[in-house]
Design a protein around this ligand. Structure first.
Ligand SMILES: Cc1ncc(COP(=O)(O)O)c(C=O)c1O
Length: 376
């Protein structure tokens, strides 16, 4: 028996998403830009999927731009206001690499990049964002909804409320938030100007995501080419991927409570890991299904590999950094001081499935116990 406790890295496609894709591959496989019947069938499905995702996010259908995933959505959002290489960008160092790497590139082009502080609990410090805004000229503030490693829920609505009246665009990376926390009052685009989503984190397929826009938000394309997606994201779209995304999104928006039900089991698992010597990283408010711990004295890649061999899938940090030996930027931002160096070396993230049972947790604890005893 295997336990897949790596739900933040990717989720298995749910039945409704697979069925939607299968139906589209059979009946709506045409090029949505073609004028013939095959093209029109694909176009109709693409637009219906767009309508569904828009409605769930509180956006207008023309406010959904299909992308290849969350990374591309954030790249698109961040590049748009800085084409002239001027102005300032505010973000925290614990943002996903799709945001921090954009910031690095923008800095090289002359944009002023200001980093907000992060507390030891893993939350972006709102007062420090206010100070960055106070320095002026801020065109965009990027803030994640939920940290992919620790599961910490960020004060994104509070930060948006500070930034927007000062004329800054607010980009929310909601890749780990959608389906795991309730949408903010007024919907995701009720708080943000641009929102990044990825289908594969919510039971859809890989290779599809969206940048969702507040009505009227002016966006400039990152790619050059045809007029698909109103010229904002040229390239032939895949109606099957969008249909699977819409099907998964419907379920995800309805099933935040399913994740919430895992909270007591997650807490039990976390307490058991602490009993085995792990240090817990991140504090509430946190999503219900994530346990992020450091095993002082252990190397994270070795531990993750050993747990995998014994049947427990987890990860050493963000999946996009798997195999990278650099300490996690999230942990560095939380525990920069040398006294905490032990935390940086052996982090392990367990992200539990929404259908986790008590028996799964007992079994996972047993595997961790065995692996620690053997490796020691
Ligand atoms: C917070 C966050 N943002 C963005 C991404 C990137 O999404 P994608 O893999 O779809 O490009 C991830 C993926 O792990 C993530 O956790």
């Amino acid at each position: 028996m295997r336990l897949y406790f790596d739900w933040n890295s990717t989720t298995p496609p749910i039945a409704a998403a697979r069925a939607a894709a299968e139906a589209a591959w059979a009946n709506a496989w045409g090029n949505p830009a073609s004028v013939h019947a095959e093209g029109r069938a694909a176009r109709a499905l693409l637009e219906e999927s767009r309508r569904v995702v828009a409605e769930l996010c509180g956006a207008r259908p023309d406010g959904v731009v299909w992308t290849s995933g969350g990374t591309e959505a954030s790249n698109l959002a961040l590049s748009s206001p800085f084409e002239d290489g001027k102005g300032a960008l505010v973000l925290a160092p614990l943002e996903h690499a799709s945001v921090t790497a954009c910031a690095d590139q923008l800095a090289q082009r002359g944009v002023k990049v200001r980093f907000a502080g992060v507390t030891r609990t893993g939350h972006v410090d709102v007062e420090s964002v206010a100070r960055c805004l106070g320095e002026g000229d801020v065109r965009l503030v990027a803030i994640q909804a939920v940290n992919g490693e620790t599961g910490v829920v960020q004060p994104f609505a509070e930060i948006a409320a500070l930034a927007q009246p000062r004329g800054a665009v607010v980009h929310v990376d909601a890749v780990q938030g959608v389906g795991r926390i309730p949408p903010p009052a007024g919907g995701w685009v009720g708080v943000a100007d641009t929102v990044a989503l990825a289908a594969h984190k919510i039971g859809g397929l890989r290779g599809i995501g969206a940048l969702v826009l507040r009505p009227g938000h002016p966006l400039r394309p990152l790619l050059r080419g045809g007029s698909q997606e109103r010229g904002l994201r040229p390239g032939t779209q895949d109606a099957a991927l969008t249909a699977a995304f819409a099907a998964a999104a419907r379920v995800a928006f309805d099933s935040v409570g399913t994740y919430e039900a895992v909270r007591p089991l997650r807490d039990r698992f976390e307490a058991a890991l602490a009993g085995l010597g792990a240090w817990v990283n991140g504090a509430n408010p946190r999503v219900a299904h994530v346990v992020h711990v450091s095993f002082p004295g252990w190397s994270s890649p070795e531990l993750v590999a050993a747990l995998d061999l014994d049947g427990l899938a987890c990860s050493g940090g963000a999946a996009c950094h798997a195999g990278v030996t650099e300490p996690s930027a999230t942990l560095k931002a939380m525990f920069g001081e040398p006294a905490d160096a032990g935390r940086l070396l052996g982090p392990v993230r367990f992200s539990l499935p929404p259908h986790t049972t008590g028996a799964d947790v007992d079994c996972a604890v047993e595997i961790v116990r065995k692996v620690l005893a053997r490796q020691r």
